[in-house]
Design a binder for this molecule. Structure first.
Ligand SMILES: [Zn+2]
Length: 459
């Protein structure tokens, strides 16, 4: 007799089996996806070669930067420098590339500020999880003495929030063609890399079609106009829209900024080999343990990086005894809540970059607002019309700064509150037709400055 229940179970099991087989097949095609769907970063050595292939003049600039940095390090060793610790300041500009189909891509200024906070914590050994650095690694942990700021002066000398919001029709930005940095492909042109650290925020994919957390370029001398990091919009800062549980503490940018400072992945991007083996590579930092991670144990996938957060000590094929490899290093592929330090030798590498190819960037004065006129220029960039009106006003801005708007009545009560998410071509339509006739105050703020305007409702 036909058993309907067992037949249904058979079909269910078959579908499940087919799904598992199919999933296994898909994963086998895409390296690095055995544990996580989103890839932290890319093989930086391969990417550098790809950039040099795309622009054959790059190789000379990259080699020039390496020579300058190597010379600086050799000189420092020879003269036992530095005796005093230098403080560095780096202005940052974020290019937010957003598509109206995905409103979450329009990351708020408040959320971007949490990213600057995380960078300043991680690069000054002020992160709250320094206590999670294992005891044997504690003496190796370094303070880089770098302060990051949101730029306050734009390339035209005008006040900026340090964030450019650019609407785009592009839905997927490709690492391969660097589209985030190319206006013709829906991206945005860099601000002068000698004055600003450029970070593009968008929906990015690697060459295998995997969503990617971020990728960066190593410094060249002189710097290329594409110098900077491209970051997935779902991994900015530590508060706000952060749907990826493993990457919600802002460490994507801490990691990527490390590459901009010439830091390499600890396993040397050599596919699982140890530095001592033929073809094996190192990260150039003597105090990060030798690392290859050729393990296929769920934390490693055999190709080099370590995912997730394995318990301490985690040993691999290159560091076979405790304390093992340094999975807590910001240059690893581990989860955000697993990483908590840079090392002293990584600091030396970064110092060579700051004193070499990035020497102009760290003397840029764009962290400071333009002289004297900033409040005035913010005020003069805003027009409200018609005024008086029957309750609908257009607020027009001549820049793309993210702004918030509050409307208060004469009693000081807030009757309307908006932000520039709903702004179209720098114009915002304010509707207070539900309010009685009379005078109202419109308070407009870009997070740095604010201004108050009077408007009149008269019917
Ligand atoms: Zn990386």
């Amino acid at each position: 007799m036909f058993n309907f229940v067992s037949m249904r179970q058979f079909i269910k099991k078959t579908i499940l089996l087919l799904f598992v087989l199919h999933a296994g097949f898909v994963f086998a095609q895409k390296p690095f996806t055995s544990k996580h769907e989103v890839i932290r970063c890319i093989n930086m050595e391969d990417y550098e070669l790809q950039l040099q292939k795309q622009d054959t003049t790059r190789k000379a600039r990259r080699n020039n930067a390496i020579k300058i940095m190597d010379t600086w390090i050799a000189d420092r060793k020879l003269h036992h420098r530095p005796d005093s610790i230098a403080q560095y300041t780096i202005p940052v500009v974020f290019h937010i590339l957003w598509n109206s189909a995905t409103p979450a891509e329009q990351i708020s200024l408040a959320q971007i500020r949490t990213q600057i906070k995380v960078m300043n914590e991680d690069y000054n050994r002020m992160n709250s999880d320094t206590t999670k650095t294992p005891l044997p690694f504690q003496p190796l942990a370094a303070n880089f003495h770098i302060t990051f700021c949101l730029a306050q002066t734009d390339p035209n000398g005008k006040l900026t929030s340090g964030v450019v919001y650019k609407q785009t029709t592009t839905t997927k930005f490709s690492m391969t063609n660097n589209s985030a940095k190319r206006p013709a492909l829906g991206g945005d042109t860099a601000w002068d890399p000698n004055k600003y650290l450029n970070i593009w925020v968008c929906n990015i994919y690697d060459q295998f079609g995997n969503q990617l957390l971020g990728y960066s370029e190593f410094p060249t001398s002189p710097l290329d106009n594409t110098f900077g990091s491209v970051i997935l919009y779902e991994a900015i800062g530590d508060s706000g829209y952060l749907p990826l549980a493993a990457y919600n503490l802002g460490r994507t940018i801490s990691h990527e900024t490390g590459h901009l400072l010439n830091l390499h992945h600890p396993w040397g991007d050599d596919g699982g080999l140890c530095p001592s083996q033929a073809g094996g590579a190192d990260d150039g930092a003597a105090d990060t343990p030798p690392e290859g991670n050729s393990l296929n144990d769920g934390y490693g996938d055999g190709s080099g990086p370590t995912f997730g957060c394995p318990p301490f000590p985690y040993v691999d094929n290159c560091s076979t005894t405790s304390p093992g490899i340094m999975i807590e290093n910001f240059m690893e592929y581990t989860d955000d809540n697993c990483m908590n330090l840079f090392t002293n030798d990584q600091y030396t590498i970064a110092l060579a970059a700051l004193n070499g190819p990035l020497s102009k960037l760290v003397t840029s004065n764009t962290c400071v607002a333009p002289n004297g006129v900033e409040e005035y220029s913010f005020n003069s960039s805003i027009t409200i019309y018609p005024n008086p009106s029957k309750g609908k006003f257009v607020i027009a801005f001549d820049n793309s700064s993210r702004i918030t708007i509050q409307v208060l009545n004469v009693l000081g009560q807030i009757v309307a509150e908006e932000n520039s998410n709903n702004m179209n071509n720098h114009n915002f339509t304010l509707d207070i037709t539900d309010q009685p006739n009379g005078m109202y105050f419109v308070k407009i703020s870009n997070g740095v400055f604010s201004t108050v305007r009077k408007i009149m409702v008269s019917r």
